[in-house]
Write a protein of this length. Structure first.
Lengths: 230, 225
């Protein structure tokens, strides 16, 4: 137990902050993912074939390629891409991007592909009559989406989004390869310094289990809230 | 775009794909049996056996695959007693550790897929078998299992693709699989985009093949025939 002591003698506080980091990266990645889903879901549902193709390309490539490969692309290619853009504007110094930003962008793009599929499925399973009724009532496009389609869609999307959240949360463990100190990286450091990998990796597993358990409970509450009236 | 690099790295990456495919096929093979075993335990009426099987699938589905590999590869070697047993011959190899971790992981997901497939089998089918005087054992092996496998094909297809992506984690325990070699080439040439296109293309091709294979099997074993 002395391994988990807070302060200078143990790894308790380090692991606590690492857990907060994991939560922070997961939430940021999930939000980045929603942002991507907001762009690509309309593309996938569009009438135009070319737009469909762009949307399908995004979800197929991201869901067919390992997460680790995407992370390596961002880790090694991220600062290069930023520096290239900066060089257009006449800035030639070396730019290093923060591991947190690289990590949450990489995981966010992955999470976005899954979210896009969830939103697409949810919108498609809403009765066509709802769209038509909204149009007939003379509600503008904005109102149609935000007041009529979105509330119904969310109810259908929440159970699947909870799966996406679980995937995202577990994927954040892969960012440890870039050196961001989240649960996995901190356990690696602690295991190396105490020569007790079994304890620290098992403890990391327990932390992840706790995170998935607590988030499931919270999402279930949300699900009940959005299913009022059904 | 450095097309020369893409052409020269293609054979290297293709060679590493063999490692990926070996890892994938071995873990799917063992994982299917493990999954079937735990799915049967889940359907057991005994609450302890039932809970044990549920606990297994909960733990392996609730933690990242990376943690599982690290516990098996770095963690188990730490136990002195374990190193003196014959099992150490297997567990000291990163290759076998990766396969064991992947098997346990895919076994957990497969057991959930098969369990839900068993539960959706209509009781009428089992009753029909019983009324024909077929023994419970034969009903299970000849009726329930084939129907459950057919039911779970679409979900299992997804699991195969997830597992294929999961094998990329073998590169974290020093194995040179497709992702491992891709990372090596990226870190020596600093051309991430070119290597990503080639390696990602190989992964996408495998996804495409698996996807269509499952589609074909679904059609072949559909109930309409």
């Amino acid at each position: 137990m002395e391994f988990l002591a807070f302060g200078k003698t143990g790894w308790g506080d380090e692991l606590f902050y690492a857990t907060l980091m994991t939560i922070a990266v997961s939430i940021t990645a999930m939000l980045v993912g929603f942002f991507f889903a907001l762009i690509f879901t309309p593309l996938k549902l569009s009438k135009y074939k070319t737009l469909n193709l762009v949307g399908n390309f995004y979800t197929t490539v991201i869901r067919g390629v390992p997460e680790l490969l995407v992370i390596y692309l961002f880790f090694f290619g991220g600062s290069g891409a930023i520096m290239y853009v900066a060089s257009i504007f006449g800035y030639y110094e070396y730019i290093e991007i923060n591991a947190f930003i690289t990590g949450s962008m990489a995981i966010g793009i992955i999470s976005g592909a899954y979210s896009t599929e969830v939103f697409r499925g949810a919108i498609q399973s809403i009765d066509k009559g709802q769209f038509e009724a909204a149009k007939v009532l003379g509600i503008n496009k904005f109102g149609q989406f935000y007041k009529i389609i979105l509330p119904q869609m969310l109810r259908l999307a929440i159970p699947n989004l909870s799966n996406v959240w679980q995937i995202t949360l577990k994927d954040t463990s892969l960012i440890s390869v870039t050196g961001l100190v989240e649960i996995m990286r901190q356990s690696y450091i602690a295991a190396g310094s105490t020569r007790d990998p079994l304890f620290f990796y098992s403890f990391a597993a327990v932390l992840y289990l706790m995170l998935t358990y607590v988030s499931m409970k919270l999402i279930n509450k949300l699900e009940v809230r959005y299913s009022r009236g059904y | 775009m450095d097309f020369d690099l893409m052409i020269t790295s293609f054979p290297k990456l293709l060679g590493a794909t063999v490692v990926t495919l070996k890892l994938l096929s071995a873990s799917l093979f063992f994982g299917l049996f493990l999954g079937l075993f735990f799915a049967i335990l889940r359907l057991n009426k005994n609450i302890f056996i039932n809970r044990f099987a549920y606990g297994y699938s909960y733990v392996f589905r609730g933690t990242p695959l990376l943690v599982q590999i690290f516990i098996i590869y770095f963690g188990l070697g730490q136990i002195e007693y374990f190193r003196s047993t014959f099992l150490w011959v297997i567990f000291k190899e990163p290759y076998w550790c990766a396969i064991i971790a992947f098997t346990l992981n895919t076994g957990a997901y497969t057991s959930e897929i098969l369990r839900s497939a068993f539960q959706t089998i209509k009781p009428g089918i089992i009753e029909a078998g019983k009324s024909l005087g077929i023994s419970n054992k034969i009903i299970f092996y000849k009726i329930q299992i084939p129907i459950a496998i057919r039911q779970s094909l679409p979900a299992y297809g997804n699991e195969i693709i997830l597992m294929m992506k999961g094998t990329s984690l073998a590169s974290t325990v020093t194995l040179m699989d497709l992702t491992g070699v891709a990372k090596y080439i990226i870190s020596t040439t600093f051309k991430p985009i070119e290597v990503f296109i080639v390696a990602g293309g190989i992964y996408l091709f495998m996804t495409f093949v698996i996807h269509n294979l499952i589609k074909y099997l679904e059609k072949k074993y559909s109930f309409q025939q």
